[in-house]
Design a protein around this ligand. Structure first.
Ligand SMILES: Nc1nc2c(ncn2[C@@H]2O[C@H](COP(=O)(O)OP(=O)(O)OP(=O)(O)O)[C@@H](O)[C@H]2O)c(=O)[nH]1
Ligand SMILES: [Mg+2]
Length: 309
């Protein structure tokens, strides 16, 4: 029996992550060979998608990238890191992902948006460093309009500021974001926290009372974990792990907020979504471990779900 098409789509996306050019085209071809050869239905749609991927990859590779700042979305959500220069945005990206990226003790080390994938509780999330937004960015100063365009397509924003710095720096950045009419879920990372005293942290909180403040230092693992979890909360997504025959799959699904058990079943297999009889649930949404629930039971972040046929 072939793999359920949703699983295939998930496997396919995972295998294409981080691949570009010839390498991506080769991976797409391999996937096409593994795909069941149906003429209609979800597998045919997958075939169409993969075929168009080849063409799009070709177009992307032949384009001159020098002036392009577009960022291709990858992962379950895209979160932009925004703040004044030299606050440690690139360093956070580096600490949370596998990428090698230029950091430096001077402003404007980063000149174009840089994406990096990080894993949060088993789900890949894309972080994008937006380089220095200058005052006047919304009038296109310093190529600001294109940078704001990247920000506009993100799902959420992490503002970054050093507690010791003048809050006016971040205020100027936020003013540009606001002028551009961009309003997203956000928190404030108090960066380079190991260099900052308690008082300056209090001052930062007082300067931005509308933002949750998370102190972050790249040399403090616990603070990086707190950053990850706060970033996850910004996405609003729900992580659910599937259990079948007594085994829990360690890789969670990322579902939209408000999802129900029926949504989980549908994700597993479209036909299953229509015919399953109920589910058992362990975790935050269960009144007790292994509770039997109906199809309309809302799931919560951290649940384990076993679909009963
Ligand atoms: N002590 C300490 N230094 C840090 C930390 N994070 C970054 N730095 C230092 O701060 C400087 C700036 O870091 P970057 O990561 O390049 O900052 P950025 O915000 O990406 O800067 P631009 O791209 O130039 O705007 C570097 O010298 C880093 O080594 C931290 O958590 N603690
Ligand atoms: Mg940088």
């Amino acid at each position: 029996m072939p793999m359920p098409h949703r699983t295939f789509a998930q496997v396919a996306k995972r295998r294409l992550i981080g691949k570009e050019g010839r390498e991506r085209i080769r991976a797409v071809r391999e996937l096409l060979e593994e795909l069941p050869d149906y003429r209609n239905g979800p597998y045919a749609d997958l075939r169409k998608w993969l075929t168009s991927e080849i063409e799009e990859t070709r177009i992307r590779s032949s384009a001159v990238h020098r002036d392009s700042i577009a960022v291709r979305r990858e992962g379950a959500a895209q979160i932009a890191l925004v703040g004044p220069p030299n606050v440690g945005k690139s360093s956070i990206l580096q600490a949370l992902s596998e990428i090698q990226i230029k950091t430096g003790d001077y402003p404007f080390t980063t000149l174009r948006p840089i994406p990096a994938l990080t894993r949060i509780g088993g789900v890949l999330v894309q972080l994008v460093e937006i380089p220095g937004l200058l005052a006047g960015a919304s009038d296109d100063r310093g190529g600001g309009r294109a940078l704001l365009g990247v920000l506009r397509s993100a799902d959420a924003i992490v503002y970054c500021a050093r507690p010791d710095a003048d809050p006016a720096e971040l205020r100027a950045v936020r003013a540009e974001v606001e002028l551009a009419g961009i309003d997203k879920p956000a928190f404030l990372a108090a960066t380079r926290a190991d260099e900052a005293g308690k008082e300056s942290l209090l001052r930062l909180r007082a300067a931005f009372p509308d933002l949750e403040v998370i102190p972050v230092s790249v040399i403090d693992e616990a603070s990086l974990d707190a950053f990850r979890e706060a970033a996850w909360r910004l996405t609003g997504l729900i992580r659910v792990r599937l259990r079948s025959m007594g085994e829990t799959n360690p890789e969670p699904l990322a579902l939209e907020p408000g999802s129900t058990v029926a949504g989980v079943a549908d994700w597993v297999h479209h036909h299953l979504g229509a015919m399953f009889s109920g589910a058992r649930v362990w975790g935050p949404s269960a009144r007790f471990e292994g509770q039997h629930v109906g199809r309309d039971h809302p799931v919560q972040d951290g649940d384990v779900v076993e679909i009963l046929r």
